[in-house]
Design a protein around this ligand. Structure first.
Ligand SMILES: [Fe+2]
Length: 226
């Protein structure tokens, strides 16, 4: 743990954040998973950047936080951020998309998509309030959470979308995931993501067209309004 490279800290930390947030809004969540998920989210929000910067107390806290997130998702399961990360991970000939980095890029897009479900939106708003974000309505709180996660990505040098996915999952001007290949494989990758085991506990089940739109939003950093 003391010798972990910063990139690995960033990716695994945002993976743990995704575990906790997906577990909290999962259709299988319960009081036990809610409690550990919320505390994990608060700890990761507080300590991940400090751990990335080399603080060893923060790194120890991140180990506890990722374990709490693991307790949450091993019972409540996950959602389509993970479905998309699983199925895009090894789909392209030029490079893998690293699991934690994929989650970090896709999570804000999926939150916007899932927030069309009223119950899910309320739960994202609860997360935002729990970590002290501002907002006078459910919608404002959801948008605050999305902005905060994108800000964490920026601070951790994680790209916001696949178009800036450089070698090793570091932010770059040019993506190592070829755009033409991405578009060619879009229907197949979307279909695979829908049938991934993590889709069943997501609060909103996407159609083929919606999953293709979501993946495109994750490539080009497009706004999600569907
Ligand atoms: Fe994961």
């Amino acid at each position: 743990a003391e010798t972990m490279p910063p990139k690995l800290i960033a990716h695994t930390g945002m993976d743990a954040m995704t575990h906790a947030i997906e577990a909290y809004v999962s259709t299988l969540h319960c009081n036990y998973t809610d409690a550990v998920a919320l505390h994990a989210i608060k700890m990761i929000h507080q300590y991940l950047k400090k751990s990335y910067d080399g603080c060893m107390e923060a790194r120890a806290a991140m180990h506890d936080a990722q374990c709490l997130a693991g307790m949450a998702f091993s019972n409540a399961l996950l959602g389509i951020v993970h479905s998309m990360a699983h199925k895009t991970g090894a789909a392209y000939s030029t490079s893998h998309i690293i699991h934690g980095c994929a989650n970090a890029m896709y999570l804000p897009k999926v939150i916007k998509f899932n927030a069309k479900d009223e119950a899910a939106a309320k739960r994202y708003a609860e997360i935002a309030e729990h970590i002290g974000l501002a907002g006078n309505s459910t919608e404002e709180l959801v948008d605050s959470l999305i902005a905060e996660l994108r800000s964490m990505n920026d601070k951790l040098n994680i790209p916001q979308s696949i178009q800036n996915y450089g070698a090793g999952g570091v932010k770059a001007e040019t993506s190592i995931i070829d755009e033409t290949e991405f578009l060619d494989k879009l229907p197949e990758v979307a279909a695979n993501a829908i049938t991934d085991a993590c889709t069943g506990s997501n609060p909103r089940i996407p159609s083929q067209e919606e999953m293709e739109q979501l993946l495109k939003a994750c490539y080009y950093d497009l706004a999600v309004d569907f």
